[in-house]
Design a protein around this ligand. Structure first.
Ligand code: SF4
Length: 391
């Protein structure tokens, strides 16, 4: 089933990543930087007896600081950055007439399925790296320069809801090239939400009693659009908020796209942008994703822009999240995510002041040469190899 796509082969025989990270924080030889995905903050509290659906962003940041991380950044910042790159790509394709449908690219569970079973859609998938990989690429270049250290003196640890993120970081085409020619892997370790909870327990930190702390700057600022990446339909909604306003030069009358919300397996809608109707679809959970892809391949459906997430509910339902017996758990986590968006002062990715500053000081503009080098990737057809291996 799904696990074949989500779990890197052999990972169970290796030292678990939480043990490697435990060693790192005990040795403290390097600069330790953490980032936390949008869906971790709405689930980690469950490991410490908090009500499902609690938002524990401040405690999560405080726990990472207590564990010994020097900087804690927000993957939500990088989600805003992803929208700038992916939104620009969508606008470009709308001008140039394709290729359509365009697919989102931030879920490595989906990328594995694409390369192994649906390679014909490779040209349709956005080249934007996932937020985790954008964050790490920016930390080891822009941020390393800012604090005046060698990128290889930084250890980048991601806290993710996801086991597929563990093999995403090892993909050779995700490497970044430094000015002196060295090629490095942007992210060093991925631990899941459950693994972070384990570390907090081992170090006997009283999570529920922690005082809230803030993310570090400048890579800790985010908008509500970045927050909703953690739930099915969120990347689509965030992209539409930005693409609509950039194309039309007008503010959206209503920021919430109700058609893309909720837990239906396949959702679809039509958005009118300056008289052009854009057909969108969203699928989550492998069975729904395959059904949608088969329908498109066989010409039964047509769309312009599609969001795909391998896990049910999107990342809130990721394989690395706390296990729950609550039948309403996905709904509760989703509501928590939408509440973060509603309470945000800034709710559109292009309004993130630190993302704007990052472009001004370093990346120039979305899709610039340097943005392309650092923030984009490509995919390879792994379907043939798969067949040979199976014979
Ligand atoms: Fe990982 Fe699942 Fe989220 Fe995809 S949907 S990024 S596999 S947690």
């Amino acid at each position: 089933g799904q696990c074949a796509y989500l779990c890197p082969v052999g990972a169970i025989y290796e030292t678990p990543d939480w043990k490697k990270v435990l060693k790192l924080i005990e040795r403290k030889e390097k600069i330790l930087v953490a980032q936390t995905a949008p869906s971790v903050r709405v689930a980690i509290g469950e490991e410490f007896g908090m009500e499902p659906g609690s938002v524990s962003t401040g405690k999560m940041v405080a726990s990472l600081k207590k564990l010994g991380f020097d900087y804690v950044f927000d993957t939500n910042f990088a989600a805003d950055l992803t929208i700038m790159e992916e939104g620009t790509e969508l606008i470009g394709r709308l001008k140039e007439g394709g290729p359509f449908p365009m697919f989102t690219s931030c879920c490595p569970g989906w990328i594995n399925l694409l390369e192994k079973e649906y390679p014909e859609f490779i040209p349709n998938v956005s080249s934007a790296k996932s937020p985790q990989q954008m964050m790490s690429s920016v930390v080891k270049t822009y941020f390393a320069k800012k604090i005046g250290v060698d990128p290889e003196d930084i250890v980048m640890v991601s806290v993710m809801p996801c086991t597929a993120k563990k093999d995403e970081i090892k993909r050779p085409q995700q490497k970044i090239k430094l000015e002196d020619g060295r090629e490095i892997q942007p992210t060093d370790y991925v631990i899941t939400t459950r693994e972070l909870a384990k570390l907090i327990k081992i170090k006997e930190i009283n999570f529920a009693g922690l005082k809230d702390e803030e993310f570090d700057n400048p890579l800790g600022t985010s908008t509500g659009a970045g927050a909703i990446f953690g739930v099915t339909g969120g990347v689509m909604e965030a992209a539409l908020r930005t693409a609509y306003e950039i194309i039309t030069n007008k503010q959206l009358p209503k920021l919430e796209f109700d058609d893309v919300r909720g837990l239906n397996g396949i959702k679809e809608a039509e958005i009118d942008i300056e008289g052009k109707k854009i057909k969108i679809a969203i699928a989550h959970g492998t069975a729904n994703v395959k059904k949608l892809l088969d329908d498109i391949r066989d010409g039964r459906r047509y769309y312009d822009f599609i969001e795909i997430m391998a896990c049910p509910g999107g990342c809130i339902g990721g394989g690395g999240q706390p296990k729950s017996l609550d039948p309403e758990i996905l709904k509760k986590r989703a509501m928590a995510i939408y509440s973060i968006d509603e309470l945000s002062t800034l709710r559109r990715s292009h309004e993130n002041p630190d993302v704007q500053k990052l472009y001004e000081e370093f990346l120039e503009k979305p899709y610039s040469h340097i943005a392309h080098e650092l923030l984009h990737t490509h995919y390879t057809d792994r379907s043939v190899k798969n067949k040979v291996a199976a014979e």
